[in-house]
Design a binder for this molecule. Structure first.
Ligand SMILES: [Ca+2]
Ligand SMILES: [Ca+2]
Length: 222
């Protein structure tokens, strides 16, 4: 049974058989927007939706020490917030991003996540204490206009979901009207064990630099 995460919920990364969840995927599945009305109101029009799943890591002193985000962000865009060029692998090799999906599912919901970060907690550098996962929307739409968007943690590979551990619904929430960034949750180390905290706070950010700065100011334990 997967846990349906609620905002503010904290969970131990423990499976039903009592073993610890150590290797898993954090993925986001979302759909493009289909609107009625092309030519003379006939047919449908598809609006691609470019959500970006990213993560940022903080060390024991609360300093930002690593990150994963799309290498497709332009230097100009990143420079606004003094961010380094994007990359898909963490320095310790523990986390890997499958790459930037820029459209969402344009047919029906394919049930697979469009962007995924794979996590191997055993390989995470010992001085990393917190890993935040967040979502930014690069398009004009806000989260409430996207037909579906969900974030989940699961065991398996990006191509094959074996067991969903926890899931979190993002779109179709009136609370997300006008919001384009979501601090999804954090993995944090407590007494040497990793736990997950579902944050679920949405913001009207246009640049992931705003989201990273806010995480650093408001969510990092120091
Ligand atoms: Ca994307
Ligand atoms: Ca999908």
């Amino acid at each position: 049974m997967a846990i349906n995460l609620n905002k503010g919920q904290r969970i131990n990364l423990e499976k039903e058989n009592g073993s610890k969840l150590e290797r898993f995927c954090v993925g986001c599945n979302w759909g493009a927007i289909t609107t009625k009305g092309g030519f003379f109101g006939l047919g449908t029009k598809t609006v691609e939706v470019d959500l970006d799943l990213s993560c940022v890591m903080f060390d024991t002193s609360g300093n930002r020490c690593d990150f994963l985000y799309s290498p497709l962000y332009t230097q100009q865009f990143l420079m606004l917030y003094g961010l380094l060029p994007g990359k898909l692998d963490s320095l310790d090799g523990a986390l890997h991003h499958t790459g930037d999906d820029r459209s969402g599912d344009t047919g029906d919901d394919d049930g697979l996540d469009n962007e995924i970060i794979t996590v191997d907690l055993k390989r995470v550098s010992p001085d990393i204490m917190q890993i935040f996962f967040f979502l930014n929307n690069c398009g004009k739409e806000d989260f409430s206009q996207i037909p579906y968007a969900s974030i989940r943690m699961f065991e398996g590979t990006p191509e094959k979901v074996q067991q969903i551990f926890a899931s979190y619904n993002v779109a179709a929430e009136t609370a997300y009207q006008g919001k384009t960034a979501l601090v999804m949750g954090e993995l944090y180390k407590h007494n040497g064990a990793w736990k997950f905290n579902a944050i679920g706070d949405a913001y009207p950010h246009r640049n992931l630099g705003e989201t990273i700065n806010l995480i650093s100011k408001q969510y990092v334990r120091r």
